[in-house]
Design a protein around this ligand. Structure first.
Ligand code: PNS
Length: 162
């Protein structure tokens, strides 16, 4: 049984994240989508809300479960018998930092990182950009899973709260 982790902030989960999670679920026996608890970073949604949204939009994938972690990802991997970290790569700009983290994580724990190329139709999507556009009143309905779009609209209010 090979278990992989898809880690991230997921504030909130986008269609790009979901694409990577679904494709990863087709390659491994079990996937844990792990939300980083980062008390230093201000987020729009609480960790519990982000986990609820992830659980809702991955409910059709029987081998995916949602969790959260504090501290180092490698410790979470060791505690949960995770053999691979899977990260989506949108563009070459993602690569430098991701490679550095992958090499550090391997040195720390021996866990390997696999990179999944983003589907071209999602390669421009980032949670931060989606929130910025939504706050400005732009239409982000096509960038987010339906339930996530509805929660974002509720949270930001009419015209993104602007
Ligand atoms: O969605 P994000 O914010 O790009 O995800 C980044 C994340 C959570 C995957 C990364 O910051 C991480 O793994 N943080 C956990 C802390 C850690 O292990 N740091 C050392 C990295 S070598």
């Amino acid at each position: 049984m090979i278990r992989a982790v898809c880690p991230g902030s997921f504030d909130p989960v986008t269609n790009g994240h979901l694409d990577v999670i679904e494709r990863t679920a087709g390659l491994f026996d079990e996937i844990i989508v792990a939300v980083l608890v980062n008390e230093k970073k201000q987020s729009l949604f609480t960790v519990e809300e982000r986990m609820e949204m992830l659980a809702e939009v991955t409910a059709h994938c029987p081998n995916v479960r949602v969790s959260s972690f504090k501290g180092l990802l490698v410790d979470f991997c060791q505690q949960n018998d995770v053999r691979a970290i899977v990260k989506g790569l949108r563009a070459v700009t993602d690569f430098d930092y991701e490679l550095q983290m992958a090499q550090m994580n391997r040195r720390l724990s021996g866990v390997d990182t696999m990179f999944m190329s983003a589907s071209p139709e999602y390669s421009f999507i980032a949670s931060s950009l989606v929130k910025e556009v939504a706050r400005g009143g732009g239409d982000v309905a096509h960038l987010l899973p339906g339930p996530v779009f509805r929660r974002l609209s509720e949270r930001l209010g009419p015209r993104g709260g602007s």
